[in-house]
Ligand binder design. Structure first.
Ligand SMILES: [Zn+2]
Length: 68
């Protein structure tokens, strides 16, 4: 099994070595799944504004409406 591709939330760059250069900054809940971890490069982690659950829920609602 291949590892899932981890992308930095801040720079959208692929984190090729998560164990040394990556850090989990948040965990997002999926609509129909277990959700996923939000990754960032270690040097970018401080730049990422971790989205709170409440904000995320509001954003998901907005995106849902936009998709219709
Ligand atoms: Zn990055």
């Amino acid at each position: 099994m291949s590892a899932p591709v981890r992308v930095c939330r801040w720079c959208d760059g692929v984190i090729t070595h998560p164990e040394t250069e990556g850090v989990i900054v948040a965990h997002e809940l999926g609509n129909s799944g277990p959700g996923w971890d939000v990754w960032a490069h270690r040097e970018h982690a401080e730049q990422v504004d971790v989205i709170g659950d409440d904000v995320l829920r509001i954003m998901l609602r907005i995106w849902e409406h936009q998709g219709r």
